[in-house]
Design a protein around this ligand. Structure first.
Ligand SMILES: Cc1cc2nc3c(=O)[nH]c(=O)nc-3n(C[C@H](O)[C@H](O)[C@H](O)COP(=O)(O)O)c2cc1C
Length: 442
């Protein structure tokens, strides 16, 4: 006898969906939690939920082929004796050597340099490849101190003190043993082939007062020349931005939950942190309340893919953005061209489920010398430069259509939201209304 109702097809639970069931089975079979790279895969309110209004009778657009729309940005104008000026506000986010191959780091440097922007080191230290090929290189000072070298602080053009990342605010990173080659082990002063955890907090300070002292030390070491950034994961953006300013930052880097990572627990990536869209306005509000908007620059990252995303982040008040995942895709990562090989790894191009494993067929997230040699850093750098150029042109096109002669003149008033959630988070009106939920409060 069948209990199945013949009139309706079997119905699966929205709570216990296929992915959830598979995860329960995986956990039951292995007894270990899932580790992976990249950012959240769940859908959260994002820049796609915003639209630009463009010019009309009340606004006069700029002519694309004749009238200038400036894209330059200067970072570090508060205290640094040598602020850095970039031709485009799209920077390359910190990604570690260890997570990425030497060739990939070189390609990032080449691409960014052609485009007139900066690259950033990452956990594990500075490589000669990236210093040699990056005109402007930001050196990360991380909780792990892996690869930290005071000489490299002086070889850098700016310093980024990493407090947290959007993919895992409050959590540390991971680098699995298969990616710990002799060179990576040597730079990190740790054994080869053994899984490494990066600490979640700095060893020598506990709060903003100590951070202020640390920043003073870094300024002394670098003769007050280099801009000092503080990077935080999107958690409490109003207070974190205010405290970063209080601690003496020249630049605040704010990384929302869509931000990529090389490897961490899936439960972290999917359940901790705030969407990038929700982080920007509180951070800008903090800067405005302190009279520091545009004096302390704000770099936003986490899920930036296009010139439209860039323009939207800037319209909400950011000075620049940083990209990680999209830069790797531009280099050639997760390209369908390698699909057969991704299948052999049990994944598919575009799922980014291989980043932590070190067997990347595209030669980017690997330390295997044969795989790494597949990436031509010159050609990959050119692809990245093309992509950065296109994004800059797209942002410029939108800014001109809104009548702005600098990307920084874009403003919240240029935007409307498609959903109530996006209206509340971005604090711009729901399209067709003059209203957004929660006006005036965070
Ligand atoms: C492969 C990879 C390695 C990363 N390594 C670091 C790191 O060493 N330090 C750090 O602060 N952030 C690291 N990140 C995070 C990026 O700096 C950045 O916050 C994030 O990628 C931005 O989001 P997006 O990937 O959506 O552009 C890494 C990200 C990726 C994808």
């Amino acid at each position: 006898m069948s209990y199945h109702n013949p009139f309706t097809p079997p119905r699966k639970s929205a709570t216990f969906d296929d992915h959830t069931l598979a995860e329960i089975r995986r956990a039951a079979a292995t007894g270990i939690y899932d580790i992976r790279g990249a950012g959240t895969k769940r859908k959260v309110p994002h820049f796609d939920d915003l639209l630009f209004l463009g010019a009309s009778i009340s606004r006069y657009p700029l002519e694309g082929y004749r009238e200038k729309c400036d894209t330059t940005v200067t970072l570090g104008t508060r205290f640094a004796r040598k602020p850095i000026t970039l031709k485009t506000p799209i920077t390359i986010a910190g990604m570690s050597f260890g997570a990425l191959s030497g060739n990939a780091k070189e390609a990032l440097g080449r691409g960014a340099t052609i485009a007139g922007t900066s690259t950033t080191t990452g956990d594990g230290g500075m490589t000669d490849e990236e210093r040699g090929h990056s005109q402007t290189l930001v050196y990360q000072y991380l909780p792990s101190r892996y690869g930290m070298n005071p000489k490299d602080l002086r070889r850098a053009d700016a310093i980024e003190v990493v407090v947290g990342q959007g993919a895992k605010p409050g959590g540390g990173g991971m680098l699995l043993g298969q990616k710990i080659s002799d060179r990576v082990a040597n730079m990190r002063n740790l054994p080869k082939g053994i899984d490494q955890r990066s600490a979640c907090r700095h060893p020598d300070w506990t709060g903003p007062d100590d951070l202020e002292i640390k920043i003073l030390e870094l300024r002394e070491i670098t003769d007050w020349e280099k801009p000092i950034y503080i990077k935080v994961g999107g958690a409490r953006p109003y207070y974190d931005t205010a405290l970063a300013v209080k601690a003496g930052a020249d630049v605040v880097v704010l990384d929302g939950m869509q931000g990529g990572t090389a490897a961490t627990q899936d439960v972290f990536i999917e359940n901790v942190g705030m969407p990038t869209l929700a982080c920007i306005r509180p951070a800008v509000q903090a800067l405005q309340d302190l009279g520091m908007h545009r004096k302390v620059q704000l770099i936003v990252s986490g899920g930036i893919r296009s010139g439209a995303d860039v323009a939207k982040a800037l319209a909400l008040g950011a000075d620049a953005v940083a990209i990680g995942t999209a830069a790797l895709v531009a280099l050639g990562d997760n390209d369908p061209h390698w699909e057969d090989e991704y299948r052999k790894l049990g994944t598919t191009a575009g799922a980014y489920d291989d980043w932590h494993e070190g067997k990347d067929p595209a030669g980017i997230t690997t330390q295997d010398p044969e795989l790494a040699a597949r990436l031509d850093p010159v050609a990959a750098g050119r692809r990245l430069a093309n992509y950065l150029k296109v994004m800059t042109l797209e942002a410029q096109t939108i800014a001109r259509a809104c009548g702005k002669n600098h990307l920084h003149n874009l403003e919240p008033e240029d935007l409307v939201a498609l959903t109530m959630e996006a209206a509340a988070m971005a604090q711009v009106p729901l399209a067709g209304t003059n209203w957004f939920p929660g006006k005036g409060s965070f």
